[in-house]
Design a protein around this ligand. Structure first.
Ligand code: 76R
Length: 247
């Protein structure tokens, strides 16, 4: 049996994709709409307080194309908290005018193929990556992925040394995008349908294309990467929510 990589886990993560039911939304009176918008804004304020207290983080993005209209990404210390938020949100009048499109359940993960700190202690950099404040950057790109298990191309049968080498090359490409793309890898083996969720943030949409394209030529993606649907979007700040929901 090949040796499993040691993984470090941080906050639990829920990606929740919704489509607005604009037809139903339009049938509401102005007062009813205002009530529903305020309900949503109250949620966002609560989430901001959680973030300020460093006991979680969130991101709200307006999604391009027909896969969904917006994405809420939530990070919390426990799955129970995520579940509570999900249920509370679903009970709001606002949520009644949204359609559930897709969700993804995972946990922030760092694998230690090429540790930068050999001592193994939880240095502040590792802590910041396991319990991150999600960037408020202009764009997001989310997709789930697997490492292939197919005949000769089986990631999970490779010796540790080979995987280490490939992950080093992967990390070096990634580092070329330092400051331009921030990536949050969440692990979902045993939690959801794919093995990882990849969430990328950038102020320049094109950086996603350039990074993902460059990685396609790298062996770990070229040979072993299998990808789900891609979701891209633009930041939706709390201040912009009323205008976004204006009909
Ligand atoms: O965490 C680190 O910085 C160490 C190096 C590193 C690891 C261990 C790293 C760096 N990643 C790691 C793990 Mn990654 N990453 C992806 C994708 O589209 C594709 O082809 C793949 C999707 C992107 C775009 C990306 C970006 N990475 C992983 C894992 C877990 C693998 C495992 O355990 O087997 C996956 C699935 C994955 C996928 N990676 C980086 C990036 C970027 C931008 C970096 C540099 C980060 C930095 O240095 O700040």
């Amino acid at each position: 049996m090949s040796e499993a990589a040691i993984t470090l886990e941080g906050w639990y993560c829920l990606h929740d994709f919704r489509t607005m039911d604009w037809a139903a939304w339009k049938t509401l009176s102005g007062d009813q709409r205002e009530y529903a918008i305020n309900e949503f804004l109250t949620f966002l304020e609560k989430w901001e307080n959680v973030e300020a207290n460093k006991v979680g983080s969130h991101a709200l993005y307006s999604i391009m194309g027909q896969k969904a209209d917006f994405m809420m990404m939530l990070l919390r210390p426990t799955m129970e908290e995520l579940n509570e938020i999900e249920n509370a949100f679903n009970k709001t009048a606002f949520a009644q005018h949204t359609v559930k499109e897709y969700s993804y359940v995972s946990v922030v993960e760092l694998s230690t193929y090429n540790p930068q700190n050999e001592s193994g202690e939880m240095d502040p950099m590792i802590k910041a990556r396991l319990f991150p404040e999600l960037p408020k950057w202009k764009h997001v790109c989310f997709y789930p992925m697997d490492k292939r298990r197919d005949g000769e191309d089986n990631w999970y049968m490779l010796p540790m040394e080979e995987r280490k080498k490939m992950m080093y090359s992967h990390g070096m490409i990634g580092r070329g995008y330092a400051g331009k793309v921030k990536q949050i890898i969440t692990g979902s083996v045993g939690l959801d349908d794919w093995e990882w969720g990849v969430t990328l943030f950038s102020n320049e949409m094109l950086q996603f294309k350039k990074l993902v394209y460059e990685m396609r030529f790298d062996e770990v993606s070229a040979r072993y990467g299998e990808f789900g649907s891609f979701y891209v979007g633009n930041i939706l700040t709390k201040e912009a929510v009323p205008a976004y929901l204006q009909v």
